[in-house]
Ligand binder design. Sequence first.
Ligand code: AMP
Ligand code: GLY
Length: 453
Amino acid sequence: MEFIDSVLIVGGGGREHALLKALLRSDRALCVFAYPGNPGMERDGCVLVDQEITDWNDLAQWAAMNDINLTIVGPEAPLAEGIVDIFKKEGLLIFGPTKAAAQIESSKAFAKKLMKKYGIPTAEFEIFKEKDKALAYVENKGAPIVVKVSGLAAGKGAIVCGTLDEAKRALDDIFDKKSFGAAGETVVIEEMMNGPEASVFVLTDGKGYKVLPVAQDHKRAGDGDTGPNTGGMGAYAPASGVVDAATMARVEKEIIVPTLAAMDKEKARYHGLLYIGLMITADGPKVVEYNCRFGDPETQAVLPLVHCDWYEVFSQCANTRGSVSGVKWKIDLGYCVSVVMAGKGYPGKAAKGKVITGVDAAEEKAADVYFAGVAATAVPDKKSKDKGKDMDIDDDIDKEKYKKKYTTNGGRVLAVSAKGKTLAEAIANTYEAVAEVKFEGAVYRKDIGAKGL
Ligand code: AMP
Ligand code: GLY
């Protein structure tokens, strides 16, 4: 009998759904579980962990009991909380950096000091714990200037200040109003850089590495990069117009190799996915930030372009003695575009409970649909005695006589990705599929990828 490997994915957003779809595309029999997962992952055949989990120790116990061969962590919070250290202590293989290595994202002060010590190009900066000193620094430097809280702040921790007043207000918010809580106890103030941005994803075992196709995110809510910042409204890859081959060679030499070597030297060898937020300035590529995990929604545009045995790639990165450099993979010559569809009101409080239709129709157009803020309910079919009622999916029901109804349940509801031989074709294919997916009040940008044309 063929041996089937079991995988556990931690997280339940579009990124984790993309990790699942990538694993399932591989030519390898896998049984995939997710905690907490989402209804889209379940729809693709993933089993959601149905045991109550109170902490990561609990999940490690569950993984051990269920013979999980590899755990893959999506979001930064579990990594910053030390999920990898806990699983490793149990002798479990897990993809992601340790708590010490995850500081590269969870402490901007750590990341900036690392870059300074090892000569990795980034914006000039100073670190502060006291408001009066921060204020004096800002007054001395003048605007524009960037004020950042050091800790995790769900993508809202960097305040780009065009005027001195804005910078002072940012410091009031952080130090007096404590709007960012403990994440704002340490503040990084840095020089404002200019230039286009790109997301570089590096899969690494700490020494060897593989670079994924470069992506560009669209952070603003509105077309033409207007409106408030969001978690990301869409992405395309490869963003070769922003990072060409010559620039990528510099990124490898000046940023990727020295960063991995620096982490090793600091006794925080990096395993997993290193996300380098780059800005291509007049002086060359510089690091805006590091993240210790895949980006969302960039992952939904990047992974479909890579053909490999993802289980092997993640395992090699996770293994202390692994070597990811040797794993075979093939990169598509085309492009992939991912468009996020959000609920009305996003990035503010978004409307919930709106029925989603057209997912099958979008998939029939050779697109992938990645669920994020989606809830599922069971709808009894005509033959069921419960006809006309909506049932909780967990209720003890005869699943044969029910079908699922999907409704919106969060800000970013889902993402639709499609490929094309050219970027223009990928954009057209993606929007053709987006047009099939419908829910009341759906908002999405109409210009994802246009920057790259
Ligand atoms: P971060 O949370 O550090 O990724 O910052 C979020 C966003 O703020 C980045 O994607 C940039 O658009 C902007 N940003 C951060 N730092 C700088 C900087 N030093 N200069 C210009 N823009 C920045
Ligand atoms: N798309 C930006 C991020 O994942 O942080």
